[in-house]
Design a protein around this ligand. Structure first.
Ligand SMILES: NC(=O)c1ccc[n+]([C@@H]2O[C@H](COP(=O)([O-])OP(=O)(O)OC[C@H]3O[C@@H](n4cnc5c(N)ncnc54)[C@H](OP(=O)(O)O)[C@@H]3O)[C@@H](O)[C@H]2O)c1
Length: 253
């Protein structure tokens, strides 16, 4: 039986992915800290659904849950979707929040992959997926901590996809632009090319099925972000200093 463990599967992108895999008859494990989100969002009684209340920054708890979920079926796929960001953009980083993002957005992905690899390497198959962000392609103003964690996740996946290629383990890094979820519904700044969460999950599942190494979307926004990434850094600095490109300026002069 196909099985997928989704961190942060109780809301937003993770929730939508969980529903898609449940609809396809997969065994699905989800985790999150707040049980009420699970109760509220999974109203149907799914036989193949397992919930683990935990914080992904707790390495041992996550490892225990992934191992427990994988017995006796093994683990086909893990999607590390749990992540946090903050609506306030600041020029001076809020370091407490930055460290929290490192724990959840970066270490949370590493802990998830570590646990999954302990199962997938001996079983000789598996697929590791992390939800990064288009924000990881450049150091964007006002979100230094978020950009840094997402950029690190991209590079972590890139290295692993090379290292695990001969072990029959695929690695996919998903880089969405803005997706309409509780995470972004609190943002005050414009969110160009906003994608509906159902469409986002559809694109992600399709890319995972194709075993793509990187899934960037939406197309036009990802092209713009990649052009910014290719620019000499002095040019990037000039572009991002323009008022129209630098949304953090409007909130924090
Ligand atoms: N929405 C976007 O525009 C967008 C764009 C690019 C990338 N992303 C990335 O996509 C991923 C999912 O975001 P989303 O928009 O779906 O957010 P969301 O709706 O806020 O969902 C986040 C999920 O992660 C869980 N979570 C958060 N912190 C956790 C922790 N410490 N331990 C365990 N679970 C935790 C939440 O449950 P609990 O609160 O109950 O723990 C929830 O299930 C994130 O990594 C985000 O950075 C989102």
């Amino acid at each position: 039986m196909n099985s997928v463990f989704i961190t942060g599967g109780t809301s937003g992108i993770g929730l939508e992915l969980a529903k898609k895999y449940l609809a396809q008859g997969w065994k699905v494990g989800v985790c999150g800290r707040d049980q009420s989100k699970f109760d509220e969002n999974f109203t149907r009684d799914y036989q193949n659904l397992y919930y683990y209340p935990l914080d992904v920054a707790d390495r041992e708890a996550l490892k225990k849950a992934v191992h427990e979920f994988s017995k006796p079926t093994g683990l086909s796929l893990i999607i590390a979707s749990a992540g946090i960001s903050y609506p306030q953009k600041t020029k001076i980083p809020d370091f407490e929040r930055t460290y929290k993002m490192v724990h959840v957005n970066l270490l949370g992905v590493m802990y998830a992959f570590e646990a999954a690899m302990e199962i997938m390497i001996p079983q000789g198959s598996g697929h590791l997926v992390a939800i990064s962000s288009l924000a990881g392609y450049n150091g964007f103003p006002g979100i230094s901590g978020y950009s840094a964690t997402k950029s690190a996740v991209m590079k972590f996946c890139e290295s692993l996809s090379l290292d695990l290629a001969n072990m029959q383990i695929d690695v996919t890094c998903v880089c969405p632009g803005f997706v309409d979820t509780p995470l972004t519904q609190v943002n005050h700044h414009p969110m160009p090319f906003l994608v509906k969460v159902d469409k986002a999950a559809h694109i992600i599942v399709k890319g995972i099925n194709k075993k793509k190494r990187v899934i960037n979307f939406p197309f036009i926004f990802s092209c713009l972000v990649k052009i910014l990434a290719l620019m000499p850094r002095w040019m990037f600095q000039k572009v991002m200093s323009q008022d129209s490109f630098n949304y953090s300026r409007k909130e924090h002069k």
